[in-house]
Design a protein. Sequence first.
Length: 448
Amino acid sequence: MNRGKFVLLILFLVILSADFCKASDKCLRIEENRIASKQVCFSSSDTIYTIDKVIDLDGRILKLPDNCVLRFDGGVILNGTVIFNNTRIQDPCFRNVRFEGNIKNETFNISDYGAIAGSDMDCSVVINDLIKLQSSSIPSRSAKTIVIPNGTFYIDNPIVLWAGWEAPVTLQGNGNTSTLCQRRDNVNIIRLYENHYIKNLKLIYKNRQILENSGSVAIACQRSIFSLFENLTICKAKSAFGYIPLNDQKKGWNPTRIKDQCYVSCNFRNIRIYEFSGYAFDFSKEFPQGDSGSAFDNVYINSNDWLGRTTDNKSLGAIKGDNTVASMTQLNIEGSHYSSNLIDLSGMSRVSIQSLHIEGIKNMPIIIKNSIQSLANISMMDIQFCNFTVDNYVAFLSEDDALITIGNFCVRNDCKKNSNAILMTKRKTTNSHNITIEYSIDCLNFLK
């Protein structure tokens, strides 16, 4: 090989090496247990570090140099705290590690960062650390996707999604096989503020929450705007959706200074709620504030468990609205016993339901109660396999100039009633037209 060709070959190899390392000018392979308090192994910025052995921090803090890459190749970092500094992670593998700083990654699988399905660990620590990591490109924003893989991940504290207006967090799994299980009673599963996306998850309490556990709202918001709740199964909560109490809104990480209790222009799609003790959706508030224009598509509510093993659970009702504006396409309410009104609207609520199906209730309570100038418009209502056990039964109650309008109303012949039961509507208002049923199929012949 002549001298000229040799020089060209050397230049080619230099360029290839530079391209492989990209922004880095060094590629270092970290040996087992060489990490020390002086950070001998992680001392150079703009470097690709290959982790192919066990690095035990032994409780120490590893503060990474600027603009490095951690490339895991069969190794693991464990037992300490890692502070990222404009860092990119490739094929991560962490165990028992806390995280701080800013990072270039935008998608995080919680198993890669130390959460272990089926273990006794509190996986909320890992999840909340990942949520709080800042973005390297825009430090004031931290939009990211947190992936919950298959398995049951136990938590002892709420997952906290704050400040999502410019940096929404997507918390997603693979459906009912991806489970977050809250082990503590009277504690939320998720707390959120502003717009975030929660989808393809099963959220469950280890124990069915009693009505007195006011803090056991599975997804509690302070103010949720343009949020998406999709393909969720929620079990054993007092309520599936509700609000953070005002006394608690100043507590926790990154609190706001404004009190809020509202859902605004949110989307609820393919929601299944089981074994709740209060209202499945409890939008009652501690001060006057409106829920504005949220959309509900295919919501299923059942007071019993999702596998049909319990058939006698007692719940308050399905939906409690307070100055709530909402549109629903398909709403299904099933279960055994409800002790209060199935749908209770007050405070000038405006709710439209395209199709309402009610099934299997043993002691049918008031179906819709409207008060304080609220409006409920049901295009079609279908009642199946329900028992009407109360004499002079009141199906719809309207008071304080509220309005209930039902387009098509059907009581199927598989329903049962006491011999003295009479299905009635009841008005407590000066407006004589505040309850209207346009068409009905009354197989029990007791609609009055």
